[in-house]
Design a protein around this ligand. Sequence first.
Ligand code: SF4
Length: 366
Amino acid sequence: MKFLSEYRDPELVREYIREIGKITTRDWAIMEVCGGQTHSLVKNGILGLLPPQIRMIHGPGCPVCVTPLHLIDHAIHLAEKERAILCSFGDMLRVPGSEKSLLQAKAEGADVRILYSPLEAVSLAKENPTRQVVFFAVGFETTAPANGLSVVHAAELGLSNYSILTSHVLVPPAMEAVLDDEEASIQGFLAAGHVCTVMGTAEYGPIAAKYKVPIVVTGFEPVDLLQGILMTVRQLEEGRYEVENQYSRVVRPEGNPGARKVLERVFEVKDRDWRGLGTIPMSGYELREEYAAFDAKRKFEAPEGKAEESSLCMAGQVLKGIIKPQECPQFGKACTPSNPLGAPMVSSEGACAAYYHFYHVMEETK
Ligand code: SF4
């Protein structure tokens, strides 16, 4: 398959590993921002093949993992108390809220449905005019355009029974938050290729300059990741801190102008709570005032009471790269994918789940 098999070529992988080893003269800590990149690094055994001086830190780029507890509780409340048809991508269903998950609410009779596109939720609203339909709009800049478009579409259809519960987070403010954290020690970034496909690369220049960190926009296949690591290490070794684009077969500097136009029309940037990281200023999208009628947060009351995180879960430290998943005392014991204590053990993009599923690969490639 074009653009897939050649990016999994074992000989190329070996060449990149050799090249990284050749130019590395000291310890470097590099964060891959996206959970998809973490998953690929772990699944393909790349962590065990890198020189010991290269420490990969797994960033907060798993949207399911950083969706705050109170929003999961809010989604469950809408399905149970407001009797709404609550629609979501599949991964969100198993994420534990403060008392239960959406999947448990579904098992207890709530109308919770897994969809593959928010436009399906708009169709559901059209077909069920007497029911409220809410789409749980979770994700980074990548999923936001389609969710925004669903609101535009619902407005054009004159639907009064469709709304979205937004939990959209933005990558650049999260990168700044982890760089500002005194406990974290990141020296370079692999930026998330798919986010840049939408947003372009312009937002990263000021971050690279302010914090003196190289940022390499990187894809998701083994060769992509190794090329991205090589480009980052080369900059670090040469004392450069620039924005470079490894994923140029997909990412244009200006991103996707059509998608960005939808984002600007429908959303405004606001402060956002991140699970495990706290509130990050200006790091999320909320619907603009003109689309308030489609905003589930304004349309329905939030549940009472304060959502409390499990005191045992160390997700915040995992998401900032301060500890590796297996260093959490609950990893693989009280916390497993079938009984997750925290969100990073739920999503296929979560660092804890990736380590749990592919621990044998990491051991074999050590
Ligand atoms: S292993 Fe489980 S409890 Fe520990 S940080 Fe990960 S999700 Fe939280």
